[in-house]
Design a protein around this ligand. Structure first.
Ligand SMILES: Cc1cc2nc3c(=O)[nH]c(=O)nc-3n(C[C@H](O)[C@H](O)[C@H](O)COP(=O)(O)O)c2cc1C
Length: 226
């Protein structure tokens, strides 16, 4: 199953949600003939290597859990397509470390959520400030698909022993819609879908242009010249 998201008149993003479509599929053909690049989001090297044999243009390597350093080193040594490091990166040190370990670029998500341009609900944005990684949890409870969120009362209750299992996507998404809407309207983070990566505390409430410029300047200062 895949989803197409038009981003501008000239570009579009094809997001593979469940499995990578075969190279000869209509979706692949349409995008590749238009000059699109395919980015696959994978973590362990065992899944990264087969990806290279498909028509992948670059790999988005999200290294949660153990030995991120070894995994990125190993991926960089074994791949000929660019690696985009992602997951838990939100400051110059993380950017410089990922590039030093062989990534061609980094992808940042959560660290942008407190930028005014993100329009994040204030209860969610405030919940990210000083959020410890241990105060986040992977959960299926909002949509039936796995994502890491602030460990709110709802997320914890959904993971508790005896809690009903989440319905498959998109049924669970529909089941939680009323609660999420009400949570957003009343600014109650405990009823909101408050996604948060493990470096949420690195998110700064500053304009996005300023944030990107500052991170890159600080990262460059940490990297060897040239
Ligand atoms: C608001 C928000 C929405 C997200 N939506 C998706 C999504 O639809 N699909 C997906 O694969 N990842 C999604 N992610 C996870 C991002 O891929 C993740 O943030 C990215 O890997 C960067 O990690 P970081 O948030 O630790 O910087 C989302 C993250 C955030 C913060």
């Amino acid at each position: 199953m895949s989803e197409t998201r038009e981003t501008t008149n000239d570009s579009a993003e094809l997001k593979f949600r469940i499995q990578f479509p075969p190279a000869e599929s209509h979706a692949n053909h349409r995008f590749l003939s238009g000059g699109a690049r395919i980015v696959e989001k994978l973590s362990p090297i065992v899944t990264v290597l087969p990806a290279q044999r498909r028509r992948t243009s670059s790999i988005s390597s999200s290294v949660r859990g153990q030995s991120p350093r070894n995994r990125r080193d190993s991926a960089a040594d074994n791949l000929s397509v660019p690696i985009i490091a992602t997951g838990g990166i939100g400051d110059a040190r993380g950017i410089a470390a990922a590039l030093t370990l062989g990534a061609s670029a980094v992808q940042i998500g959560t660290a942008f959520l407190r930028c005014p341009e993100a329009g994040t609900n204030p209860a969610w944005a405030d919940g990210l400030a000083e959020l410890e990684p241990e105060a986040t949890m992977p959960t299926l409870a909002f949509s039936g698909r796995l994502g890491r969120a602030i460990a709110t009362d709802y997320v914890r209750a959904a993971a508790a022993h005896g809690a009903p299992p989440p319905a498959p996507y998109p049924v669970q998404r529909a089941l939680t819609a009323a609660m999420r809407d009400a949570g957003g309207a009343s600014r109650d983070v405990h009823r909101m879908q408050a996604w948060a990566g493990q470096s949420a505390a690195l998110a700064r409430a500053e304009p996005v242009g300023q944030l990107v410029l500052r991170l890159w300047q600080e990262a460059q200062a940490l990297l060897p010249a040239g």
